[in-house]
Design a protein around this ligand. Structure first.
Ligand SMILES: [Zn+2]
Ligand SMILES: [Zn+2]
Length: 274
């Protein structure tokens, strides 16, 4: 039995490969009770030719309300077909300054269950992409990168529009290759301000287990970052595999939950606090 996986990319995301139906079948097989879908919603206008696309009916189309509507149709269909599962309809919004109005509009026009806000880009360069990351990391010192990332993370936490902050320490995923182990220290002088904003706006942090699939023992955020955030009062309110195909659904969730229990890190999913 796996209690939940709240960060799942169905094939509406153009970098994902399994349909909502496939994921739901897989959820039944592995005993996953709550599945939260979170397609990418990447609409940074400075990345207009790279990001804002979704797959709809086998075609790559620009993200718009029609695409979101089709995503809802599939989720509603799945809720009928899989009444034994609890299917949540979410979105992983790429956070950039200025996206707030669009998130408010989406909230007012669609019955989303939740929003994850995640940082993937600094200076409009995707530090989450192996291909683009060198452009950013090779041209910024660790100090510059850290200040830029945590400045953006503060605005994300402070805007109060998101239920969950996704993979809060994503900077080290590829940054470790450029800055070395020192990158693991940068949160120490910078997390407090972010954490206090998150507490004020009731925004939780997610635990993202994707790194474990890449042969890495760590998850996002790493344990010391996580403990520090919790000490500042942040709620850990979601856990997700960040699956882009159904093979990974539920991956490492129970392992991480056990680890949290071992370290007495409190965990309560956001829908249990509603
Ligand atoms: Zn992400
Ligand atoms: Zn994701």
């Amino acid at each position: 039995m796996i209690p939940c996986d709240l960060h799942v990319h169905p094939d509406y995301s153009f970098d994902a490969y399994s349909s909502i139906e496939d994921y739901c079948k897989k959820a039944r097989q592995i005993g996953l009770r709550v599945i939260g879908f979170t397609p990418h919603y990447d609409t940074n206008p400075n990345r207009n030719e790279i990001d804002p696309f979704m797959n709809v009916d086998g075609e790559k189309v620009r993200i718009d309300d029609y695409a979101i509507g089709r995503y809802f149709d599939d989720c509603f269909e799945a809720r009928k077909e899989f009444p034994d599962l609890n299917i949540l309809i979410g979105l992983e919004v790429d956070y950039f300054r200025g996206v707030e109005a669009e998130v408010m509009r989406l909230k007012s026009e669609f019955p989303f269950d939740y929003f994850i806000g995640s940082i993937h880009c600094l200076d409009d360069i995707a530090i989450s992409s192996k291909k683009e990351a060198p452009d950013y990391f090779n041209s910024h010192s660790l100090e510059q990168m850290a200040n830029s990332y945590f400045g953006l993370l503060y605005d994300l936490a402070n805007c109060g529009l998101f239920d969950v902050i996704g993979h809060a320490d994503y900077y080290w995923r590829f940054g470790i290759l450029y800055y070395g182990e020192e990158i693991f220290e940068i949160y120490k002088s910078r997390l407090e301000k972010v954490a206090k904003a998150a507490v004020r706006t009731n925004t939780g942090f997610e635990i993202n287990t994707a790194q474990n699939r890449y042969g890495n023992d760590d998850f996002h955020p790493r344990l010391d970052f996580l403990k520090c955030a919790v000490e500042y009062g942040v709620k850990i309110n979601a856990i997700g595999s960040d699956s882009h195909r159904d093979d990974y659904l539920g991956c490492n969730i129970n392992m991480v939950l056990k680890l949290l229990a071992k370290h007495a890190i409190p965990f309560k999913v956001f829908y249990e606090t509603c």
